[in-house]
Design a protein around this ligand. Structure first.
Ligand code: AN7
Length: 368
């Protein structure tokens, strides 16, 4: 074993757990928690890093692509990483209610963790623009859902003002504990691969997650665990790409409703990440997103939500610019089950209905 690998094994994950205990327990020494912090957990994190063999053969050139499938978190998105910490810290300081604006996933996650901590959760969502699965989750977990006539950006502005005026804690990614929790995904990638990938491809909405990943990679680097840093490649949907075009988009539109955000609150941080990591930001069209979404499902057996597929769509768009033998991680931020309407309307599979329940007819329909 190389010196480098030994150090990673020793420092980064002290214990090898039989059962992953959740990311606060798993990465305690890297997080702002102490013995008095009540750990509100659903055992989030510890998500798989899956090799994408078919994608590798499409790209060629010795490039190896992995999916960090964060759609396998307890509420089906990466938001759980930030929420376990944000809610634990709110509980530690005896807060009784939390609030967020959300395109869907933050609200599902906030609701689950807040209710688990016996806190009230208020969620503001853009009426009519939240995928069914996410809305279902917020309701089932017991959030108080307020659907506004307006988009996410308006909702965020309102919850920021409400949390300044009333006793409710804001758990959007302006809450620093969200970023702290989410940075653990970068630790997991290094702990799993035992090296640092060349590129991280990631969808951007408010740009909290790209900020968090970069923080995680930098912390391992500064602690001497790793010796290089990845390039952070951020992608947005063309109709909703304020960070690509460097301007606020007043009426963002995309099929990827999770990232239908025109005025990202972490804008300045995102540009710092791009500069420091020598990365880049690009837009991908809804068609490119859907193409990557279908490819992941059909060729790799991975069902992610449309916003997540923007990471692979972006990578495929840059196919001819990827240096030979690169190792690349595409972050799949949310589970495909979040948005069943999109799935049913966008696939190339056969579906025959109203079939007589007869062996002969069915065998014939099967082509026998
Ligand atoms: C699946 O839930 O903003 O760049 O309110 O749900 O950190 O904002 C969701 C964002 C990517 C973008 N992928 O992350 C919300 C919300 C999925 C998402 C993003 C979101 P950021």
């Amino acid at each position: 074993m190389s010196f480098y690998k030994k150090i990673i094994n020793k420092i980064s994950r002290k214990k090898q757990y039989k059962h992953w205990p959740g990311l606060i327990e798993g990465y305690k020494k890297w997080l702002p928690v102490n013995d008095n912090t009540p750990v509100i957990t659903l055992q989030e994190g510890g998500t798989p890093l899956i090799p994408l063999n078919k994608i590798n053969s499409i790209i060629g050139n010795g490039v190896k692509v992995y999916a960090k499938y964060d759609g396998l978190n307890p509420t089906g998105s990466f938001k759980d990483r930030g929420m376990t910490l944000a809610i634990s810290k709110a509980k530690e300081s005896k807060k009784e209610a939390v609030i967020c604006a959300s395109t869907g996933n933050t609200s599902a996650s906030a609701a689950a963790y807040a209710q688990r901590a016996n806190m009230r959760s208020f969620v503001l969502i853009p009426d009519g623009y939240v995928a069914q699965g996410k809305l279902a989750q917020a309701l089932v977990y017991g959030a108080e859902v307020l659907a506004i006539r307006g988009n996410f950006d308006k909702a965020l502005q309102i919850v920021q003002e409400i949390s300044n005026k009333y006793p409710v804690t804001l758990v959007n990614s302006v809450n620093p504990y969200r970023i702290e929790g989410q940075k653990t995904a970068a630790f997991e990638i290094v702990d799993t691969l035992k090296y640092v990938p060349d590129w991280i491809c990631i969808p951007m909405g408010n740009a909290g997650n790209i900020t968090a990943y970069w923080k995680g990679f930098k912390e391992y680097f500064e602690a001497g665990i790793t010796k290089k840093l990845p390039k952070m490649m951020g992608f947005q949907a063309t109709g909703s790409a304020p960070l690509v075009f460097n301007k606020t988009i007043n009426e963002p539109e995309t099929i990827a409703t999770a990232i239908r955000i025109g005025n990202p609150v972490n804008r300045d941080k995102a540009f710092i990440v791009k500069k420091e990591s020598k990365g880049n930001f690009f837009d991908v069209s809804d068609d490119e997103i859907l193409n990557a979404y279908k490819l992941l499902g059909k060729e790799e057996g991975i069902f992610c939500e449309p916003a997540s597929a923007a990471s692979l769509a972006g990578l495929l768009k840059l196919k001819n610019e990827i240096p030979k033998n690169s190792v690349i991680v595409c972050v799949l931020t949310g589970n495909g089950l979040k948005d069943p309407d999109c799935a049913i309307s966008n696939n190339n599979s056969k579906f025959k209905s109203d079939i007589e329940p007869s062996i002969e007819i069915i065998a014939k329909a099967m082509g026998f």
